[in-house]
Design a protein around this ligand. Structure first.
Ligand SMILES: *[C@@H]1O[C@H](CO)[C@@H](O)[C@H](O)[C@H]1NC(C)=O
Ligand SMILES: *[C@@H]1O[C@H](CO)[C@@H](O)[C@H](O)[C@H]1NC(C)=O
Ligand SMILES: *[C@@H]1O[C@H](CO)[C@@H](O)[C@H](O)[C@H]1NC(C)=O
Ligand SMILES: *[C@@H]1O[C@H](CO)[C@@H](O)[C@H](O)[C@H]1NC(C)=O
Ligand SMILES: *[C@@H]1O[C@H](CO)[C@@H](O)[C@H](O)[C@H]1NC(C)=O
Ligand SMILES: *[C@@H]1O[C@H](CO)[C@@H](O)[C@H](O)[C@H]1NC(C)=O
Length: 298
């Protein structure tokens, strides 16, 4: 019985060893075939292009090379990604600006993107780097979304009677309004624009309302803002990503943390329920990559 038990244990140990080696080998061969770029944009692991090149389908990137420069899209392909950061678990996506424009008679333009939505499911919208902004003089803007199963709704109002009244110094509700901050852990949202009188009373100086949730540092209200929003389709939005949906301790418990413990550490994400990996002091590189972080040479 004792011997059998011993053999069984040995067998288990060998199987486990082989599996680990297989996993490593698999990951390393994958590496050589995976392309690390889309145009001139880096696509670092856990993100990747093509089967077997990304950690899981949350990190699936498609590179559309029919455009010049090529464009990278996340998952189902409707979210364009312009930058992926490994060091702080962020990525930049392009978010559609909601537009609501009218002709002199108060008729809505039919080709406007009246509502603009984004659904990231397991990733979250950075609450520290983005702000919800609307501009217009007959404008109320609503943003609604979900944090997991919890609903979130807020908005802001911007009204002005004359062009000269618009306050270009700050976004303060006269031509421009902003929601102080959005809550953390928002997974998706929709921006909706409304007006009180279809811009008929302000039409000679303001025919459109615009609304967008976007990177705060990319926007400053000025007398150029109306033109800028009219000519632009997208604004950058900062998204927080993380691995898995449980923190480091749980991931360790279930032995499925992908951080290489000899060269990196696991850190809980501040913006979602998952975790991130970080190279240990003295190491540098991509802690998610199968090769892990490398010793730093001075
Ligand atoms: C990755 O995304 C693309 C675009 O949606 C899709 O065609 C492809 O099947 C996805 N890959 C996997 C393995 O889900
Ligand atoms: C991506 O972001 C990093 C850090 O903010 C920056 O240094 C880099 O130039 C950006 N890359 C592109 C292609 O915009
Ligand atoms: C505003 O426009 C909408 C849609 O075009 C229309 O249904 C509504 O009657 C208009 N309201 C006013 C006050 O002009
Ligand atoms: C946002 O997420 C919630 C909860 O998962 C879902 O019910 C809803 O359909 C999503 N909305 C959008 C616009 O993607
Ligand atoms: C915007 O304001 C600046 C500085 O106050 C001024 O020089 C410029 O002419 C204005 N531009 C427009 C389009 O009104
Ligand atoms: C979370 O926030 C703390 C305090 O600001 C910071 O020290 C830590 O690095 C953050 N963690 C991540 C993963 O960004």
């Amino acid at each position: 019985m004792g011997l059998l038990h011993g053999i069984l244990l040995l067998h288990l140990a060998v199987t486990a060893g082989v599996m680990i080696n297989l996993r490593r080998a698999e990951a390393q061969t994958i590496n050589e075939h995976c392309r690390g770029r889309c145009g001139n944009m880096d696509i670092p692991y856990p993100f990747g292009i093509g089967g077997g090149c990304y950690l899981n389908k949350k990190f699936n990137i498609t590179c559309d090379e029919s455009t010049n420069p090529p464009k990278a899209y996340l998952r189902k392909g409707n979210i364009q990604v312009t930058n992926i950061s490994i060091s702080d678990g962020e990525l930049i996506v392009l978010q559609l600006i909601a537009k609501d424009c009218y002709d002199k008679n108060g008729l809505q333009y039919q080709d406007d993107t009246l509502t603009a939505s984004l659904d990231l499911s397991s990733f979250t919208i950075s609450s520290t780097k983005n702000k919800f902004t609307a501009i217009g003089c007959d404008t109320y803007a609503i943003i609604r979304g979900f944090r997991g199963e919890q609903r979130y709704r807020t908005g802001c109002l911007s009204l002005c009677d004359r062009a000269g009244d618009i306050n270009y110094e700050t976004c303060s509700g006269v031509g421009c309004c902003q929601v102080m901050s959005i809550p953390p852990r928002l997974n998706n949202f929709t921006v909706i624009l409304r007006s009180y009188s279809n811009h008929t009373k302000v039409w000679d100086f303001n025919r459109c309302s615009f609304g967008v949730l976007a990177e705060e540092s990319q926007f400053k209200f000025s007398n150029r803002s109306f033109n800028e929003f009219e000519n632009k389709k997208y604004f950058p939005l900062v998204v927080d990503w993380s691995i898995g949906d449980s923190p480091c301790e749980k991931a360790r418990e279930f032995k499925n943390s992908i951080c290489h413990l000899e060269t990196s550490e696991c850190v809980d994400s501040n913006s979602s329920s998952g975790y991130l990996c970080r190279c240990l002091p003295g190491f540098t590189g991509n802690p998610y990559h199968p090769n892990g972080c490398q010793r730093y040479h001075y």
